[in-house]
Design a protein around this ligand. Sequence first.
Ligand code: 3SL
Length: 235
Amino acid sequence: MPSLDVCLTPELLSLFDLRGRVAVVVDILRATSSIVTALAAGVSHIVPLSELEECRAYASQGYLTAAERDGRQAPGFDLGNSPFGYLNEALPVRGRAVAITTTNGTRALQLSLAADAVIVGAFLNLNAVADFARQQQKDVVVVCAGWKGNFNLEDTVFAGALAELLAPDFDVTSSDATLAAHQLWQQAKPDLGGYLLQSSHVRRLNSLEANKDMDFCVRLNEYNLVPIWRNGQLV
Ligand code: 3SL
């Protein structure tokens, strides 16, 4: 039976051998929620990047550019990191390609490339991610983007939700990280948004007046798609 493990922060990735496994990269607030929303809104593909300057350079190839640092849109870019940026009639995104860089999410993606498959998870596409994992029948590692190397609540709670869905077909008991994530999800699921109000990043986003983003990012199964890494792009 395949197993599900949880890498609680990218700083712990050196302890995991991703080869032969599926990496589910998650940054609920907000990078992976925004990426799922962007592709659902008709973006053709997304190039995740680590540095602002390499992202900016994609503008000359016709890409929309999206950049966030410390929760704010970086100056000079078309978009920040709000999922609503892709649902805005004033800036149609259907058919456009996007280059994106964020503080933690795009870095976690870049660090996970040794995996057999790298996919993007969010509450917005939770069931679709579970279906993908079941089809693959390989060990899964949920890579939590965290915040600047630290553990965060929302990504770990997502890992617990995925563990619950996969429990009949996957071993979700072999690591303490997965057990802890599963227990956090049990506490959070009756009122996910309310539970996450205590998290440090929700407080940070609320101080930036991004609280409607948080309400959106905790919606379950809004979209039935799984962004997957292919040749340097998420499609
Ligand atoms: O760090 C990231 O990748 C972002 O998702 C952080 S923020 O939600 O845009 O502040």
